[in-house]
Design a protein around this ligand. Sequence first.
Ligand code: ADE
Length: 224
Amino acid sequence: MRIDIITILPDLMRSPFEGSIMKRAIEKGLVEVHFHNLRDYTTNKQKSVDDYQFGGGAGMVMQIQPIDDCIKKLKSERNYDEIIYMTPDGETLNQKMANSMSLLKNIIILCGHYKGVDQRVRDHLITKEISIGDYVLSGGELGAVILCDALIRLIPGVLSDETSALTDSFQDNLLAPPVYTRPADYNGWKVPEILLSGHFAKIEQWREEKAFEHTKNRRPDLLE
Ligand code: ADE
């Protein structure tokens, strides 16, 4: 998978890709992440990428010209499956979306700022709008990092068997069951007996029951 990220803050975004699973995925050649500084595409002398909104009102709006030029350049080099805009009024990201998007080959992610982008960007250039939740961030960058993390760990070959994504929360619409490690008894706080029994079928059944119980208590909406 190739991910092209268009942002005014490329330096803010780099470090999450320089550690842990995203770093390993990049090193294994399973994903390429490229940052494009929007200011490199502006044609005005001040290098500004925003302007006052027509009709008045508080807050600046990101202009169409640098965004269009950057997207045009990328599209002249390869085909893209999706051109995504991170915005609080987009479709809320969930595991099902992450699963299907992890199979895409090339995507562009545009990070918004200020009051957002000129509506013509959304009408004519963007193919998908994604929100990471019902709250407003100062820009789309952190949302884009979250989206990338959710997608990259699902790319086949990124996770090893021990860290398989199949047992994550939200796969099968269930939250994950509790997990324990040594010591089996910590100051009298004991690990459930069943997990020490070595009886794998029973352990699997216990985990399913716990996952169901946990989902029913915390997120009954997932069971509907
Ligand atoms: N930009 C600002 N807020 C956002 C959100 N909740 N999700 C995605 N992008 C955003």
